[in-house]
Design a protein around this ligand. Structure first.
Ligand SMILES: Nc1ncnc2c1ncn2[C@@H]1O[C@H](COP(=O)(O)OP(=O)(O)OP(=O)(O)O)[C@@H](O)[C@H]1O
Ligand SMILES: [Mg+2]
Length: 216
């Protein structure tokens, strides 16, 4: 697994209005970071930039020595370093759980480094592997999405409100897993609305007026 060293320096991003004004952040393998902030404050925008899914307008983002520059294709860098858990699952509903989880392994010659069976067991979805995603409940879908994010054993896990729509039991399964991944040396950045969920992190930030400030 790669070592992780990520920095955002003075990162800014606008759409019709300015969303991120001056975002600074350093994350390593030792980091477990949660990000709070009002709806519309730019949390997903920031996570999408970190996940190499969106460009930024100004400042610098460096991921493991690579300066991320607009318009470049970072598919390989993403596949090798980042596991992204989306707010809305982003699964392919007509495919089975197994096919969805293994999708990242189809990239180039990237291998299935984790072992799908153990991961599915850990997430309580082993009996569902051959089932199509469109037959699953929300909590089951989110656990499949978590398995897909972890299958390549990323050094950085980005999670956009992964427990927002889940019951307590499903929330605990996912939070326990993220904690365990962090203990195994993965950097975690977790967006949440929920104070209790946020407080499990080493560092809690709040995104406010386009700036990331430490503290609840
Ligand atoms: N692709 C886009 N085009 C135009 N505006 C956008 C786009 N993506 C986000 N925005 C705007 O940027 C702002 C921040 O959106 P973002 O999704 O980052 O907020 P958020 O903090 O994740 O909110 P939530 O807690 O509701 O998920 C919002 O005002 C949103 O409308
Ligand atoms: Mg969001």
């Amino acid at each position: 697994m790669n070592k992780l060293y990520l920095t955002l320096e003075h990162v800014a991003k606008s759409y019709a209005r300015s969303v991120l004004r001056d975002v600074n952040l350093t994350v390593t393998n030792d980091s477990y970071v949660t990000i709070l902030g009002k709806s519309g404050s730019g949390k997903s925008t920031m996570l999408n930039i970190l996940g190499l899914l969106e460009d930024y307008d100004a400042g610098e983002y460096r991921l493991n020595g690579t300066l991320i520059r607009n318009g470049r294709d970072y598919a390989r860098l993403r596949a090798e370093n980042i596991g992204f858990i989306f707010q809305s699952y982003n699964l392919i509903s007509t495919m089975t759980c197994r096919e969805n989880i293994l999708l990242p392994t189809l990239y180039g010659n990237v291998k299935d480094t984790r072992g799908i069976e153990g991961l599915a067991e850990r997430l309580g979805i082993a009996p569902l592997l051959e089932q199509r995603v469109n037959t699953l409940s929300g909590g089951e879908k989110q656990r499949v999405a978590v398995a897909r994010a972890l299958i390549l054993d990323p050094c950085l896990i980005l999670a956009d409100e992964p427990t927002g729509n889940l019951d307590v039991q499903n929330r605990d399964i996912i939070m326990d897993l993220l904690r365990e991944e962090h203990k195994r040396g993965r950097g975690v950045i977790l967006i949440t609305h929920d104070m209790q969920t946020a407080s499990c992190a080493d560092t809690v930030y709040r995104l406010e007026d386009g700036v990331l400030v430490e503290g609840k």
